[in-house]
Design a binder for this molecule. Structure first.
Ligand code: PMP
Length: 356
């Protein structure tokens, strides 16, 4: 007798919602922290030629060795650290939970934060402990240290700066967590290009620290490349979980191309930082809106009737992220990805129209 999928699927997975991605064609797309700038035509042509020469009949370099060497040089990864590449930093989060998923092992993360920390804990059968941030999204260090002491997590995830709130915690607080944690601490610097600090200088020397980065937010979300840097003792174990050939040849070649043109992506990040300040100031000036400080390429804000504001923007073909409903601390919150100057101006005009 055949039994249904429901019968066989693990109940904790049946209970999950698949990661939701909104339909965005025809919209000004300010929902997913993408870089808004397409490649200039001359670089499109150069990339096309380079990709055409790639040996797509061959498997990729199995661990992306040459690319790792270049990433180390480009992003100031200490010589003492080893690097591992992932199909997006998402894949590396999955590898970490797979590595540590012995029965009863725990994942601890701050809340609200990137939903994939919890999702991967559940997928790999680990217990999940969420420690709430304060109401202003600052880190509750004493509660976090108490939870670490009580639960002895195998891994702690800290997004630095945090998604979806945008703020960066004090460096000393994160260092206190790394010092107190009995297991691995993953400092997820997905938004590092827009932030004023990084813990990368500690990678490779602080044994239980793993730095996570991605090229997604700086203009390469489509190629899916993330990287981890950490102490060789942890990285050697993590590499055992990595599927062979996880970074395809087109991604590797495009990453080399991007490293050859890093100046362009740096310029764009600087422009987006300036636009973030413009957007934040203008949104803060709207009636009854509170903007939260951000060191990322998005700003989060609170406005009463956030769900209606979201819908009204959608009706004007502008897609943002509704945070309201995702976590109790996110009541009436919205997240606005910083777009191109023209997109940001269109968003501001629409918000003005809707709120006044
Ligand atoms: N970490 C954080 C904090 C994120 O916000 C995201 C993307 N939203 C990721 C990791 C995953 O990024 P990617 O898989 O594109 O590298």
């Amino acid at each position: 007798m055949k039994l249904s999928a429901q019968h066989w699927v693990r109940p904790e997975i049946s209970a999950l919602q698949a990661y939701h991605v909104a339909e965005a064609s025809g919209f000004i797309k300010l929902d997913a922290m993408e870089n808004p700038f397409p490649l200039p035509p001359e670089l499109q042509a150069e990339l096309g030629q380079r990709l055409a020469r790639v040996a797509i009949n061959r498997y990729p370099d199995p661990a992306g060795g040459n690319l790792k060497v270049r990433l180390k040089a480009a992003f100031a990864i200490p010589a003492a650290a080893d690097v591992l590449l992932g199909n997006g930093s998402d894949e590396i989060i999955t590898l970490i939970t797979q590595l540590l998923a012995r029965p009863g092992a725990k994942v601890l993360a701050l809340e609200p934060s990137f939903v994939m920390y919890r999702m991967n804990a559940v997928l790999s059968g680990m217990d999940y402990i969420g420690v709430p941030l304060n109401a202003d999204f600052s880190l509750n260090l004493s509660a976090t240290l108490a939870a670490i002491a009580l639960h002895q997590p195998a891994v702690v995830f800290i997004a630095y700066p945090n998604n979806p709130t945008g703020n960066r915690y004090p460096r000393a607080a994160v260092e206190a967590i790394i010092a107190a944690a009995p297991g691995l601490v993953v400092v997820d610097e997905a938004y590092q290009a827009f932030a004023d600090d990084s813990l990368m200088d500690l990678a490779g020397t602080v044994e239980n620290l793993l730095l996570l980065r991605t090229l997604s937010k700086v203009g390469l979300a489509g190629i899916r490349l993330g990287y981890a840097a950490g102490h060789p003792s942890w990285m050697a174990e993590l590499d055992k979980v990595r599927p062979p050939y996880n970074i395809n040849v087109l991604t590797q070649e495009t990453a080399h191309f991007a490293l050859d043109h890093l100046g362009l992506f740096d310029e764009q990040a600087n422009l987006l930082r300036a636009e973030r300040q413009r957007l934040a100031a203008a949104v803060q000036a709207l009636p009854a809106v509170t903007v939260f400080a951000s060191e990322a390429n998005f700003i989060s804000c609170r406005v009463s009737g956030a769900a209606a504001v979201f819908d009204a923007l959608k009706a004007r073909k502008i897609l943002i992220k509704k945070l309201d409903g995702a976590h109790p601390l996110l009541q009436d919150c919205l997240r606005l990805t910083v777009g191109s100057p023209a997109e940001n101006s269109a968003l501001l005009a629409a918000l003005h129209d809707i709120l006044s």
